[in-house]
Design a protein around this ligand. Structure first.
Ligand SMILES: [Zn+2]
Length: 328
């Protein structure tokens, strides 16, 4: 992780350098930028994905770190995957928002319908290359960063098993349980990850604000936590700085989303993420003439977007719920 590169013309501070991932192009799987480390013994197949969004470089920092440490699983298999390498190749610290994807959002394509259709975007072609690894993985950690909000989030998906797994991975993240987006399926919601009663599980980790040094550190520590929980790393392979954290006592149940229908959508005031709006019925946004109100007291606003666009999630609405005492 190298030093600050200053504030660019778009007003964003890019504190971390995008690592050179060219050494990982070859991999060992026949698919570029995908490597599988096999312990040769029984155990789960874990997969860590970085760069589902090409400009979320903290995930690439974490995988680069793991490769440089020469980690190897003590059981099972570990696949390390750089997803949207085409978009990442376009990353420019002067315009860091521009390289989220090339043709379309790769994290909206993880359904058989989208993967099997005739569309041949850059992202669909890459997702089809990656699909067999996601099909084969028992546990997936998908490393992201975010546009608004400071506190890391574990997006656990809608099931009990997803929430319990997010809690076991732990760290300083707030657990958010949701069903994803209106405009396509996330990788974490793909296949058996949301099927109750199967072991397969996935966690989407929003490690903090885009391009901050602390976000990259959180991505590294989240990767270690994930591997530790699965017993893929022996305790002495886990760095000492990986601090203990008390298990989360609550999680946020997402009950509603605001998805604008018009190009005249705006928030009623600035929201920074995890804002709590005390009173039910408070207007939080407008979509043309339509008022968007909170459905209940103490409504939590999760990941408000900076730009409100028709058809794209502008903010999720939820409420805190307690974990059962014996959960996970
Ligand atoms: Zn992302």
């Amino acid at each position: 992780m190298s030093a600050a590169q200053g504030v660019n013309e778009q007003g964003h501070t890019v504190e971390i350098a995008a690592p050179d991932i060219e050494p990982y192009r070859e991999g060992n799987t026949g698919v570029p930028f995908v490597a599988t480390l096999d312990s040769g013994t029984e155990g789960p197949h874990a997969l860590i994905c970085a760069l589902m969004h090409g400009n979320e470089i903290s995930g690439a920092v974490a995988l680069d770190h793991l490769f440089r440490q020469g980690i190897s699983p003590q059981r099972g298999r570990l696949t390390l995957m750089f997803a949207n390498t085409a978009a990442y190749g376009l990353f420019d610290p002067a315009k860091p928002l521009a390289s989220r994807y090339v043709d379309e959002d790769m994290n909206r394509l993880w359904s058989p319908e989208a993967l099997d259709d005739a569309n041949n975007s850059v992202e669909r072609r890459r997702a089809r290359q990656l699909r067999p690894f996601i099909d084969a993985a028992d546990f997936v950690l998908d490393l992201h960063s975010m546009q608004t909000g400071r506190r890391p989030l574990h997006l656990s998906g809608p099931t009990d098993k997803g929430r319990v797994f997010a809690r076991r991975v732990g760290g300083a993240a707030t657990i958010v349980s949701d069903v994803g987006h209106a405009d396509g399926t996330r990788m974490r919601d793909y296949g058996r990850f949301n099927t109750p009663g199967t072991i397969q599980n996935a966690l989407l980790a929003e490690c903090g604000p885009h391009w901050e040094l602390q976000t990259a550190k959180t991505a590294v520590s989240t990767a270690y936590r994930f591997l530790s929980v699965l017993d893929l790393l022996s305790p002495d392979a886990v760095p000492e700085w990986l601090e203990d954290s008390p298990p989360a006592q609550t999680w946020i149940e997402i009950t509603d989303r605001f998805v604008p229908e018009t190009r005249q959508a705006s928030f009623a005031r600035r929201f920074d993420g995890l804002d709590i709006v005390a009173d039910a019925g408070t207007v939080i946004a407008w979509d043309g003439d339509r008022e968007i109100r909170t459905p209940y007291d103490d409504c939590v606003l999760v990941m408000p977007a900076r730009r409100l666009l028709p058809g794209q999630t502008a903010v999720r609405l939820g409420r805190h719920r307690g974990f059962d005492i014996d959960a996970g």
